[in-house]
Design a protein around this ligand. Structure first.
Ligand code: HEM
Length: 221
């Protein structure tokens, strides 16, 4: 996302988010609130940084934190990215009763299509069981956190930092994202709508972008 001219705008969801007027209004740092209110879909990150007299990198970080937590969407050219908690949750609820099947199907696809990543994961059946639970649990935590309007960016970055130690590479992320969506499609069929698919692709792009930032910071430190 680095080289885009990014224009942040507020999500409809955030406008209705209770936490925005309660917890967000008091507990999020002042600059976050300023960036949120200045995100009107017309001002770029560059422009907001000039208005607030803050370095562009700082504003960029805040924009991504607000993006991960569902408060704002970003527009770059024709492309729009936003977390859509309502759709994420709706689709997530459809697979919750089948979450073990979901995880097993996902890892089967991954190891069949990309056997080279098999060695990164635990070998033993019990280790893999733990792994199956963790992917889905993390996604549930993210969906629930976004629903509450929490700032999940730091948690996601540290997940990314750990992933660089597990041997996950940047090139693996789009593969995992694509198979995640395929798993939804295989399990849910037509019940997984085009809108849900778009919501998951965008959520995954936002989350993996943030994880990769955490991984890059781990390399630098
Ligand atoms: C949005 C994307 C992803 C999410 C939410 C996610 C989530 C998780 C979670 C929660 C864990 C448990 C350990 C921990 O919390 O540190 C984990 C472990 C792991 N993940 Fe991911 N992951 C993602 C993408 C990837 C990708 C792209 C790869 C690359 C192949 C990968 C490979 C691994 C490996 C190798 C482990 C460690 C397994 C073990 O030794 O127990 N993950 N992941």
């Amino acid at each position: 996302m680095g080289n885009w001219s990014i224009i942040p705008g507020r999500t409809n969801y955030a406008e209705h988010l209770k936490s925005m007027y309660r917890a967000f209004a008091t507990s999020w740092a002042r600059t976050y609130r300023q960036v949120f209110w200045l995100s009107d879909g017309k001002r770029s990150i560059d422009y907001i940084s000039v208005l607030l007299h803050k370095p562009k990198e700082k504003i960029e970080q805040i924009v991504y934190d607000l993006l991960v937590s569902g408060h704002i969407k970003v527009q770059s050219g024709d492309k729009e990215l936003a977390m859509n908690p309502a759709l994420l949750k709706e689709s997530f609820n459809l697979i919750t009763p089948r979450k073990e099947e979901f995880a097993r199907h996902f890892y089967n696809l991954l190891f069949q299509q990309y056997p080279q990543v098999r060695e990164l994961f635990p070998n033993m059946e019990s280790g893999m069981r733990r792994q199956e639970a963790s992917l889905i649990t993390t996604l549930a935590v993210v969906v629930a956190g976004v629903e509450r309007g929490e700032n999940l960016a730091a948690v996601i970055r540290s997940l990314g930092e750990r992933h660089s130690r597990y041997g996950a590479q940047a090139a693996h992320y789009p593969i995992v994202g694509q198979l995640l969506i395929q798993t939804f499609q295989d399990l849910l069929g037509d019940a997984f709508t085009t809108q849900m698919k778009a919501a998951w692709s965008q959520a995954y792009e936002i989350i993996s972008n943030e994880m990769l930032k955490g991984a890059a910071q781990a390399v630098q430190s």
